[in-house]
Design a protein around this ligand. Structure first.
Ligand code: ADP
Length: 579
């Protein structure tokens, strides 16, 4: 099971929201003024209508003017509402854009090991579904709730102004609305969080099935995956049904409450009217206003529902910022570039150690090869040396500073891990190389490519401007590897850890590329994890890892002379490669 990213708590969500709103202070102020104006104008129509009723029953004239005023007030309200919506949505869009930028920024700053452990499904769901739900909240929910609250408050004030007793009638709906909403809100956050989790699970399962489709076919595991898919769908369905159930209680309880104030007003108003305490027009105006009141009030509750959804999503989006090591001050400065592992233990599952007390002092500028049987822990040690994973105990120091204390961006500029997995980004060859060094000139880029024997570049019709990753040019594994190595040359870190980084190349090309790379990285520390032993032969020192332990360390000559594990490996590899 993957470790999920954390989820922000209520307080953190509130702070995040507040930060977004604070950045748009003037928009929010403008919004407030526009909405107030729209709400005040909106109250005019019912009040004027009441006036008309009174004048007509008293037999007075001047009704035409009043009717004209009603039309004017409605038109004014339309214009004001339109502009306030416009301002509100602009605010929402800007806040959303800001949040998206921050989210991408945070993802890029995440420690790699956390991303790997959490799985991409979680990040993908948060980045797509959750961000767009928060978008709805910022763009629609918050402005709408705001409009509606202002509107409801003004209408309520108007009813009270007409007659306090009629005003009190509005509160008849409070008990049932309160009970229904309270019941709902108590369950909604957890319900929607569970729904979000189930969505993540669904994305992950379906993506994994799609990714591994070919393997599944070969191993005839289709039915297993179908079952796994069905199970996650069932779970997602269950969580959605639950939130639907919550809504199915909330909405009827609201709709059933709204007629209560009007009924109350008609009764109270009737009694007052027959006691000559109130005019017919006032009752008409008050009941109309009370009907008008329902609309914004309902809106508030409806959007509160969306706000719950948005809140749960924002908690998940903000949670990414809470990952340990993200954005934390890590500001130590290494003294020199000596990389040193001391008594390192590491476990993946918390149960079984895969490294047992490895100590290794890498001399700056040396070429060190790491060899050993598959599963011995070489890649794990490589990742730990690169600061991607932290050891369970013991430490890795760069220039005397533990690598986990170095700012991630700084660390990645100093130590580079190149593995077999390379991503070729959509874009031109130049874009792909510029990732390593934005300011590199064309000559420098072409130079880096030639260092790693990427001769195919010369055959490209558009050279560095050739689009990669689509129909124009699909790089094969070897070419992608060369691209990755060229990036290393451009990035020029002081320590490079190559984890079978040339395994996809033809052996002769690989050896050639390695020595050219070594020449290009002269003076840099190169730690190469290799299964081809010529890499070890060419290195200054060889570290032999077996069962998570460093068992031999010395030059090729020393180790072959010693007649230990390395000597045996070398002889068998030589024997094999001669055949
Ligand atoms: P090598 O690079 O020497 O082949 P690795 O460092 O890849 O060895 O693996 C060392 C041990 O750690 C192996 O037993 C392997 O099964 C285990 N291991 C490697 N990666 C993971 C992982 N992501 N999760 C759990 N165990 C792992």
């Amino acid at each position: 099971m993957n470790e999920r990213f954390p989820v922000a708590d209520r307080n953190q969500v509130r702070q995040a929201l507040w930060r977004l709103i604070k950045l748009e202070r003037s928009a929010v102020a403008g919004l407030l003024v526009l909405y107030l104006a729209a709400a005040v104008v909106g109250v005019a129509a019912p009040v004027l209508l009441g006036e008309i009723v009174d004048r007509v029953s008293a037999g007075d004239g001047g009704v035409d003017v009043l009717a004209g005023l009603i039309v004017a007030s409605i038109a004014a309200q339309l214009v004001l509402v339109r502009y306030s919506r416009y301002v509100g949505h602009r605010f929402g869009e800007r806040a959303l854009a800001r949040m998206r930028e921050q989210f991408v920024d945070r993802i890029l700053k995440l420690p790699l090991s956390k991303v790997e452990r959490a799985g991409t499904g979680d990040l993908m769901t948060r980045n797509s579904l959750d961000v767009s739900t928060v978008g709805t909240m910022l763009r629609d929910a918050i402005p709408e709730i705001f409009i509606s609250l202002v509107n409801a408050a003004i209408i309520l004030a108007a009813v009270f102004y007409l007659h306090p007793l009629l005003g009190l009638c509005v509160f008849l709906m409070v008990p049932t609305v309160y009970a229904g909403t309270r019941w709902y809100l108590k369950r909604a956050r957890d319900g929607y969080l569970a729904e979000g989790d189930a969505n993540t699970e669904l994305t992950e399962t379906l993506a994994a099935t799609a990714d591994g489709a070919r393997t599944l076919e070969i191993h005839r595991m289709e039915s297993e995956r179908v079952a796994a898919g069905a199970e996650t769908i069932r779970h997602a369905y269950k969580t959605r049904r639950y939130t639907l159930f919550l809504r199915s209680i909330l909405f009827p309880s609201l709709d059933g409450s709204y007629p209560l104030p009007i009924a109350g007003m008609l009764i109270v108003g009737g009694v007052l009217y027959f006691n000559d305490a109130i005019s017919l027009g006032v009752i008409v105006a008050a009941t109309m206003l009370s009907r008008q009141f329902v609309e914004p009030f309902d809106m508030v509750l409806l959007w509160v529902e969306k706000l719950q959804l948005g809140n749960a999503s924002l908690a998940r989006v903000e949670g990414v910022g809470l990952v340990e090591g993200n954005g934390k001050a890590r500001d130590a400065e290494p003294d020199g570039d000596r990389l040193k592992a001391s008594d390192v233990y590491y476990t993946y599952d918390g149960d079984r150690d895969v490294l047992h007390g490895v100590s290794l002092d890498v001399t700056p500028g040396e070429r060190l090869a790491m060899v050993g049987p598959s599963g011995a822990g070489k890649s794990t040690l490589g990742r730990i040396l690169a600061g991607i994973d932290a050891p369970r105990s013991g430490d890795i120091a760069l220039g005397g500073v533990p690598v986990t204390k170095l700012p991630l961006e700084r660390l990645r500029g100093l130590i580079m891990l190149v593995t077999q997995e390379h991503h070729v980004f959509r874009g031109t060859l130049r874009d792909n190389l510029a990732l390593a060094d934005e300011s590199a000139t064309d000559a420098k880029m072409l130079g880096a490519l030639s260092v790693v024997n990427a001769d195919w570049v010369n055959d490209l019709p558009e050279g560095l401007d050739t689009e990669l990753g689509n129909d124009t040019l699909e790089l094969d594994a070897a070419q992608a590897q060369q691209l990755a190595l060229a990036r290393v040359v451009l990035a020029d870190p002081h320590t490079v850890i190559l984890d079978e980084a040339t395994s996809m190349l033809d052996p002769t090309v690989a050896r050639h590329a390695e020595s050219a790379l070594a020449a290009a990285l002269a003076g840099r520390t190169v730690i190469a994890i290799a299964h081809r032993l010529h890499t070890a032969h060419d290195a200054q020192r060889v570290a032999v890892i077996e069962n998570g332990r460093l068992v031999e360390l010395g030059s090729h000559g020393e180790l072959t002379a010693a007649g230990g594990s390395y000597a045996a490996l070398w002889h068998s590899w030589r024997g094999d490669s001669k055949n």
